[in-house]
Design a protein. Sequence first.
Length: 273
Amino acid sequence: MTLWPQSIALVGAGKMGGAMLQGWLNGGLPAASLTLIEPAPSPDLLALAKKHGLTLNPPAPARPAPEVLVVAIKPQMLDAAAPGLAALAGENTLVVSILAGKTIANLTQRLPNARAFVRAMPNTPAAVGRGVTGAVASAAVTERQRALARALLGAVGAFHWLSHERLIDAVTAVSGSGPAYVFALTEAMAQAGAQLGLPADLAMGFARATVEGAGELMFCEPDTPAAKLRENVTSPGGTTAAALAVLQAPDGLAALMARAVAAAHRRAGELAG
């Protein structure tokens, strides 16, 4: 049986916060325990709140300190939001932050009443239960709070505790931003197919189905290395080998991905300011 918090407040229900919210509800989180704070709720969020009877944007006096406070706003908004967050976070509240770049020290400074912090980085496939999250806990986090964090973050996909906070920015660069890389790859494959004469919609259909199927194959064969799965598709001297000769050139996909991930990692460090 999943260990859910007695009360949880989610501040920020945009793309990532909304994905986690959907995952929690799908996983059985009791709607009555959940409070949403989102100044600009989307039509989808309004519909979700109505469907489940969720408390959305209650007046400040009606906001008691929750057992868990999940902060899912844009990192650039932290300073402006800090007074409201500080009013929500009591001394027994576990603060779970998914703000890219914002360290536990940043959060401790702005939420002086809180003592327990978990800094985490999920990704948007959390909305369909296929996310992956890396997290690190501050020293004051209790065993129950660690279990609550694992329950919430693990309810939306794979979950891993990290040995050091410095690794969070690497997780951000690889998996936090990673879905966008896969979607960009899908776009590029479709564009390449269209350039070869496929109708654009058909090219996109083939590209999407290929990425979806390859991802599902990796999911269904977790013990098979990605390199082995690649080799299984590649016949010596065949069409796949010809394509891989381009992708695996010194200036090919690996070098491009390394530069892209490094740029994301660098930006995460810049956001810590």
